[in-house]
Ligand binder design. Structure first.
Ligand code: MN
Length: 226
């Protein structure tokens, strides 16, 4: 686990993303954090991050997590990120790596369902429980053979296990707001001098205005009901 690749890709004089502390005193705390960041970059995706060994293991999930156990979501493993990244919500400037708006879509603690996380990662089968604001219950990340040879060993699937938190609710559409600020992507972009129009394309489409329901006068109530 190292932040070398993470730092190589970024210019911290320009981007507000964290550089990452030299090294966090490992195992100082037993709670492991997880975060899902909604990222309106070139393509909209959700960055799924699990704290482990002083960094955030990271996967880019194009369609975002799904609560339906029959749905497998592609998760491309990307470079480890610093722990502080989990609190980053804002705008990565145009021209920088990952340029676009970032939202903390969900966060909380995670607990491995295996004795040895390192071994599970090596094996390509990591089972875990999430205690987030939106994502809860048992999940698994399984490595696949992947498509093509562009990123061998980097292709995983994120799958919900069957438990009381499994659901057919489309969580990414139903819960589009930031878990820490309640903002939508467009609002985050506006507050940080980002591209509001581009960010808004990652938010759910605005609902058409509801037709006005005529207030019924109590005296007319009978008439209306019949
Ligand atoms: Mn990303």
């Amino acid at each position: 686990m190292s932040l070398e690749k993470y730092r190589q890709k970024r210019n911290f004089l320009i981007s507000p993303e964290p550089h990452g502390a030299a090294q966090v005193a490992s195992a100082r705390k037993q709670r492991l954090r997880f975060v899902v960041q909604k990222h309106r970059a070139t393509q909209l995706h959700y960055d799924f991050r699990l704290e482990f060994s002083g960094v955030l293991l990271s996967w880019a999930v194009p369609k975002g997590p799904c609560l339906d156990p029959s749905v497998k979501r592609l998760a491309m493993q990307v470079e480890d990120h610093p722990l502080e990244y989990g609190g980053f919500e804002g705008v990565i400037p145009e021209g920088e790596y990952g340029a676009g708006t970032v939202m903390v879509w969900d966060c909380g603690d995670w607990v491995p369902e295996v004795d040895d996380v390192g071994e599970a990662l090596e094996k390509g089968d990591l089972k875990f429980t999430l205690y987030g604001k939106k994502l809860r219950g048992s999940w698994v990340l399984v490595r696949t053979r992947g498509w093509g040879s562009s990123a061998p060993g980097k292709s995983w699937l994120l799958i919900k296990h069957r438990d009381k938190y499994a659901s057919t609710i489309d969580i990414v559409t139903q819960k589009p707001r930031s878990a820490i600020s309640r903002r939508l992507l467009a609002q985050i972009a506006r507050d940080n001098g980002g591209d509001v129009a581009k960010a808004a394309t990652g938010d759910p489409p605005k609902l058409p205005p509801q037709p006005r329901i005529k207030a019924v006068h109590p005296l007319n109530e009978k008439k209306t009901k019949s």
